[in-house]
Design a binder for this molecule. Structure first.
Ligand code: PNS
Length: 164
């Protein structure tokens, strides 16, 4: 029997406050595996974001525009509802270290309970980004440290104007 290979759409969800080189590393890996990758930016963050939704979207669009199979979009409500609505069969998440695992496992299993047809796929970013997070980037920017190699130049410029 011939094997049917339907195009696979994956959602890469997150807060992206702001997008870091670690996120971009994962997006690039995702573009090579999935036919279409939708970067889903959560509209309502529980905590006050540093960047507005529009700013987070602008930075993501600018830094991902070289990948033709990447789309940047906004979502609200349950991630699995959004994935279903966008015809995505996969949720892509990055795992940096063992410390990420527990939270990610809990989310992946809960998402599976809510929607058994959607698989969570974990990928590891390059080692150089294994200690990188948006939270630390915001803190380094606030305290005047170097962001060299941690975020793309466009994000660094925005951080410098946001946190003078
Ligand atoms: O970048 P983050 O903050 O780690 O991303 C977390 C995110 C956006 C993936 C998660 O909070 C999420 O999926 N929120 C949407 C609401 C939802 O579906 N909650 C149930 C998850 S089990």
């Amino acid at each position: 029997m011939p094997i049917r290979m339907d195009p696979i759409t994956a959602i890469y969800p997150g807060s992206f406050d702001p997008v870091t080189n670690g996120h971009l590393d994962l997006i690039e890996r995702g573009t090579k595996i999935f036919d279409r990758l939708i970067v889903g930016v959560l509209r309502n963050l529980e905590k006050d974001p540093l960047f507005t939704l529009v700013e987070r979207l602008e930075m993501l669009r600018e830094t991902t525009r070289l990948w033709p199979n990447v789309e940047v979009d906004v979502f609200d409500g349950l991630l699995v509802d959004y994935a279903r609505q966008r015809g995505a069969r996969v949720i892509l998440r990055g795992i940096r270290a063992v410390s990420d695992y527990e939270y990610e496992l809990q989310m992946a299993l809960m998402n599976r309970k809510l929607e058994s047809q959607i698989e969570t796929v974990f990928m590891m970013p390059a080692e150089a980004y294994s200690y990188l997070s948006s939270r630390l980037v915001r803190e380094i920017a606030r305290l005047g440290g170097s962001l060299q190699g941690l975020v793309p130049p466009v994000v660094e410029q925005r951080l410098r104007t946001k946190v003078p």
